[in-house]
Design a protein around this ligand. Sequence first.
Ligand SMILES: [Zn+2]
Length: 172
Amino acid sequence: MKVNIGLRGWRFDDDILDENGRIRPLGTLDPETRQRLLILARRVVDPCDACRMVEGAATEACNVAEVIYGEPNGEVVLCSAHEPDFIYWFRELGGEEYAGETEMRRAFHEWFVEGGRAPDDYEGLEHVDEDPTAVPDAPPRSEAIPGIEEELDQVDEDDLDSIDIDLDDLDV
Ligand SMILES: [Zn+2]
Protein backbone atom coordinates (compact mmCIF):
# COMPACT_ATOMS: atom_id res chain seq x y z
CA MET A 1 0.00 0.00 0.00
CA LYS A 2 1.08 3.56 -0.69
CA VAL A 3 0.67 6.37 1.78
CA ASN A 4 0.91 10.13 1.80
CA ILE A 5 3.06 11.55 4.55
CA GLY A 6 2.80 15.18 5.60
CA LEU A 7 1.66 16.46 2.20
CA ARG A 8 -0.53 15.06 -0.54
CA GLY A 9 1.22 14.14 -3.75
CA TRP A 10 4.27 12.03 -3.08
CA ARG A 11 3.34 8.52 -2.07
CA PHE A 12 5.49 6.12 -0.13
CA ASP A 13 5.30 2.40 0.50
CA ASP A 14 3.58 2.05 3.83
CA ASP A 15 6.45 -0.01 5.24
CA ILE A 16 8.31 3.29 5.58
CA LEU A 17 6.32 3.57 8.81
CA ASP A 18 6.61 1.26 11.79
CA GLU A 19 3.65 -0.24 13.61
CA ASN A 20 3.22 2.96 15.60
CA GLY A 21 2.98 5.07 12.47
CA ARG A 22 6.42 6.56 12.97
CA ILE A 23 9.14 6.87 10.36
CA ARG A 24 11.55 3.96 10.35
CA PRO A 25 15.23 4.77 10.94
CA LEU A 26 16.52 6.63 7.90
CA GLY A 27 19.48 4.29 7.65
CA THR A 28 17.15 1.38 6.92
CA LEU A 29 15.48 3.11 3.98
CA ASP A 30 16.75 2.94 0.44
CA PRO A 31 18.64 6.06 -0.63
CA GLU A 32 15.96 7.36 -2.97
CA THR A 33 13.22 7.05 -0.36
CA ARG A 34 15.49 8.65 2.21
CA GLN A 35 16.19 11.60 -0.08
CA ARG A 36 12.50 12.11 -0.76
CA LEU A 37 11.73 11.97 2.92
CA LEU A 38 14.43 14.49 3.83
CA ILE A 39 13.15 16.90 1.21
CA LEU A 40 9.60 16.33 2.38
CA ALA A 41 10.66 17.03 5.95
CA ARG A 42 12.06 20.36 4.85
CA ARG A 43 9.19 21.32 2.60
CA VAL A 44 6.29 20.22 4.82
CA VAL A 45 6.65 23.39 6.88
CA ASP A 46 7.18 25.67 3.88
CA PRO A 47 4.66 28.10 2.48
CA CYS A 48 3.24 27.41 -0.98
CA ASP A 49 5.76 28.20 -3.75
CA ALA A 50 3.14 30.10 -5.74
CA CYS A 51 2.07 32.20 -2.75
CA ARG A 52 5.71 33.07 -2.19
CA MET A 53 6.04 34.25 -5.76
CA VAL A 54 2.97 36.43 -5.33
CA GLU A 55 3.78 37.73 -1.89
CA GLY A 56 7.54 37.95 -2.15
CA ALA A 57 9.19 37.85 1.25
CA ALA A 58 5.91 38.33 3.12
CA THR A 59 5.57 34.68 3.98
CA GLU A 60 3.00 35.38 6.68
CA ALA A 61 0.58 36.21 3.87
CA CYS A 62 1.19 32.83 2.23
CA ASN A 63 -0.75 29.62 2.68
CA VAL A 64 0.98 26.50 3.89
CA ALA A 65 1.94 23.84 1.41
CA GLU A 66 -0.58 21.05 1.17
CA VAL A 67 0.62 19.12 -1.85
CA ILE A 68 3.99 18.27 -3.35
CA TYR A 69 4.58 17.49 -7.03
CA GLY A 70 7.65 16.72 -9.08
CA GLU A 71 10.98 15.11 -8.44
CA PRO A 72 13.26 15.63 -5.43
CA ASN A 73 15.22 18.88 -5.86
CA GLY A 74 12.78 19.93 -8.56
CA GLU A 75 9.67 19.61 -6.47
CA VAL A 76 6.89 22.16 -6.27
CA VAL A 77 4.84 22.64 -3.11
CA LEU A 78 1.46 24.28 -3.38
CA CYS A 79 -1.52 25.30 -1.31
CA SER A 80 -4.90 24.07 -2.44
CA ALA A 81 -5.73 27.52 -3.87
CA HIS A 82 -2.77 27.36 -6.25
CA GLU A 83 -2.88 23.65 -6.99
CA PRO A 84 -5.30 24.18 -9.94
CA ASP A 85 -2.78 26.54 -11.56
CA PHE A 86 -0.18 23.81 -11.47
CA ILE A 87 -2.59 21.14 -12.70
CA TYR A 88 -3.70 23.41 -15.55
CA TRP A 89 -0.10 24.14 -16.57
CA PHE A 90 0.81 20.48 -16.31
CA ARG A 91 -2.12 19.07 -18.23
CA GLU A 92 -3.07 21.77 -20.68
CA LEU A 93 0.10 23.72 -21.37
CA GLY A 94 2.71 21.03 -21.82
CA GLY A 95 4.04 20.94 -18.27
CA GLU A 96 3.71 17.20 -18.48
CA GLU A 97 6.78 17.02 -20.68
CA TYR A 98 8.80 17.84 -17.56
CA ALA A 99 7.40 14.86 -15.67
CA GLY A 100 10.27 13.04 -13.99
CA GLU A 101 12.65 15.96 -14.45
CA THR A 102 13.97 18.40 -11.88
CA GLU A 103 13.59 21.16 -14.49
CA MET A 104 9.88 21.10 -13.82
CA ARG A 105 10.07 23.48 -10.90
CA ARG A 106 11.90 26.13 -12.88
CA ALA A 107 9.53 25.79 -15.83
CA PHE A 108 6.43 26.06 -13.65
CA HIS A 109 7.82 28.98 -11.67
CA GLU A 110 8.64 30.84 -14.87
CA TRP A 111 5.15 30.39 -16.22
CA PHE A 112 3.59 31.43 -12.92
CA VAL A 113 5.81 34.49 -12.49
CA GLU A 114 4.83 35.61 -15.98
CA GLY A 115 1.25 35.68 -14.75
CA GLY A 116 0.23 32.18 -15.76
CA ARG A 117 -2.94 31.03 -14.00
CA ALA A 118 -5.66 28.47 -14.50
CA PRO A 119 -8.91 29.92 -15.86
CA ASP A 120 -11.44 30.61 -13.11
CA ASP A 121 -13.70 27.86 -14.33
CA TYR A 122 -10.95 25.29 -14.69
CA GLU A 123 -12.08 22.02 -13.18
CA GLY A 124 -8.91 20.05 -13.00
CA LEU A 125 -9.52 18.80 -9.50
CA GLU A 126 -12.37 17.10 -7.80
CA HIS A 127 -12.17 19.24 -4.76
CA VAL A 128 -10.62 22.59 -4.11
CA ASP A 129 -10.33 23.85 -0.60
CA GLU A 130 -11.69 27.39 -0.70
CA ASP A 131 -10.12 28.25 2.59
CA PRO A 132 -6.55 27.03 2.58
CA THR A 133 -4.69 26.86 5.82
CA ALA A 134 -2.82 29.99 6.76
CA VAL A 135 0.81 29.67 7.74
CA PRO A 136 0.38 30.05 11.51
CA ASP A 137 -1.69 26.88 11.46
CA ALA A 138 0.90 24.73 9.74
CA PRO A 139 1.36 21.58 11.76
CA PRO A 140 4.79 21.18 13.26
CA ARG A 141 7.10 18.88 11.38
CA SER A 142 7.02 16.29 14.17
CA GLU A 143 3.24 16.07 13.80
CA ALA A 144 3.20 16.02 10.01
CA ILE A 145 5.86 13.32 9.86
CA PRO A 146 5.89 11.40 13.15
CA GLY A 147 9.36 10.39 14.22
CA ILE A 148 11.17 12.58 11.70
CA GLU A 149 12.74 14.98 14.23
CA GLU A 150 14.53 12.13 15.98
CA GLU A 151 15.73 10.87 12.64
CA LEU A 152 16.91 14.29 11.51
CA ASP A 153 18.98 14.53 14.68
CA GLN A 154 20.89 11.50 13.45
CA VAL A 155 21.53 12.83 9.99
CA ASP A 156 24.85 14.26 8.99
CA GLU A 157 24.67 18.02 8.39
CA ASP A 158 26.40 17.44 5.07
CA ASP A 159 23.53 15.26 3.93
CA LEU A 160 21.09 18.02 4.71
CA ASP A 161 23.20 20.61 2.92
CA SER A 162 23.24 18.49 -0.19
CA ILE A 163 19.48 18.75 -0.46
CA ASP A 164 19.41 22.43 0.36
CA ILE A 165 16.71 24.26 -1.45
CA ASP A 166 17.16 27.81 -2.49
CA LEU A 167 14.14 29.59 -3.86
CA ASP A 168 15.78 32.94 -3.32
CA ASP A 169 17.84 32.76 -6.48
CA LEU A 170 14.71 32.71 -8.56
CA ASP A 171 14.18 35.93 -10.41
CA VAL A 172 10.79 36.87 -9.04
ZN1 LIG B 1 -0.55 29.27 -2.70
